[in-house]
Design a protein around this ligand. Structure first.
Ligand SMILES: [Zn+2]
Ligand SMILES: [Zn+2]
Length: 376
């Protein structure tokens, strides 16, 4: 299981890397992690897939620009719906093509592509608090799994599939089409090369059955809307015992009543009284970490001013450090004044020279100048 890793980090290049640097970095890593060089190593295969995905994005100027602006969120479809169908299209589909384009089939042309099960998507909503602390949780997914009575073979236990007569076990048949000889999957065995005469009753010969799967998921601290967590091999079972696809958890962070989040920054708007604004003081903001953050208000603060408290924001995903808390100040004009308060304010008003409010003074001076210019 891995959360989303930065594409530039994956390819071990600077964010400013040009096309040439990118290509050579990709070439080096792809050679290193290619499944043919690391047979049976799931980690290498996963890494290979990630590298390809990263390069597919960064080698396309348009996709790269979108990625630089929005990160992984640039490539996610809208939310909604649980564990939908596979999403083989779009950003996952063209990996093979890219590899072929760059290496020109350097790795044995005839390599039989194992038919993997489909990747699945599972959308999940979590609170901002959960995103802050990280969370261990369990999800239930309805997904096809390898049939256990027949072990995925599709044949009644105790029997076996026999070689297909039509294609002699090749799985492919040749046919003349116009001038060309075309090869296509055998219609009798659907390309398997084998025929099941006595199908397993449990899975009706499919080799897999739909079943609810309960999965433990570890959501790391610092995740954001758009973070994808990959659960390797937890997608749909492959046909006839071939490897399962992956399950991708797409995270969505719920709206919070107090904080807005921008990356690792937490933002909140805080109203303060006009007396505190004028005289200065302190406010206390309870943070997501459970601590109370004391923010100093300097005397004479204006509405819209942002005060920053370092290290009181969101944790960095899979990294060190914590972002900042930003408090935007809104000065509240009092509305329900007692007779005594009004009297005090009138007294205050009587002593005003205009210098207490330089912005207002400046504004009205400018209006006066404009008016004088007009009348001269
Ligand atoms: Zn056949
Ligand atoms: Zn079965």
């Amino acid at each position: 299981m891995s959360a989303e890793i930065d594409f530039y980090e994956l390819l071990e290049v600077e964010r400013t890397a040009d096309e040439k640097v990118l290509k050579s970095a990709y070439r080096k890593l792809a050679m290193k992690f290619h499944p043919d060089k690391n047979p049976g190593c799931a980690d290498s295969e996963a890494k290979f897939k990630q590298i390809n995905e990263a390069y597919a994005c960064l080698s396309d100027p348009q996709k790269r620009a979108a990625y630089d602006r929005y990160g992984h969120a640039a490539f996610q479809q809208g939310g909604g719906g649980n564990a939908g169908g596979g999403f083989g299209g779009g950003d996952f589909g063209d990996i093979g093509d890219i590899f072929e384009t760059i290496f020109g089939g350097a790795f044995g042309g005839g390599r039989q592509q194992a038919r993997r099960g489909a990747d699945l998507r599972y959308d999940m909503e979590i609170t901002l608090e959960d995103a802050f602390h990280g969370k261990e949780t369990e999800i239930a997914v309805e997904v096809s799994q390898t049939c256990s009575p027949c072990g995925g073979s599709g044949a009644t236990p105790g029997t076996a599939a026999r070689r297909c007569n039509m294609c002699k076990g090749h799985g492919k048949v040749r046919a003349q089409q116009g001038f060309f000889m075309v090869e296509r999957a055998c219609p009798t065995c659907q390309g398997r090369g084998e025929v099941i005469e006595s199908p397993c009753k449990h899975c009706r010969g499919e080799g897999r059955v739909d079943a609810e799967q309960r999965l433990q998921v570890n959501i790391p601290a610092g995740v954001d809307t758009g973070t994808r967590i990959r659960l390797a091999g937890k997608g749909e079972a492959g046909p006839f015992g071939s490897p399962a696809g992956d399950l991708y958890l797409f995270l969505h962070i719920q709206r919070h009543s107090v904080f807005e989040r921008e990356g690792t920054t937490l933002l909140t708007r805080c109203p303060i009284s006009f007396t505190t604004a004028a005289l200065g003081g302190e406010i206390e903001i309870p943070g997501l970490d459970g601590a109370v953050h004391v923010i100093e208000i300097p005397a004479g603060i204006q509405s819209g001013k942002q005060l920053r408290k370092r290290g009181a924001g969101m944790p960095v995903l899979q990294g060190r450090g914590i972002g900042d808390l930003v408090v935007e100040i809104h000065v509240e004009t009092p509305t329900k004044l007692s007779a005594r308060q009004k009297e005090l304010l009138r007294d205050f008003q009587a002593t005003e020279t205009g210098d207490e409010s330089p912005q207002s003074k400046g504004f009205f001076d400018r209006i006066k100048d404009a008016w004088t210019d007009l009348t001269e």
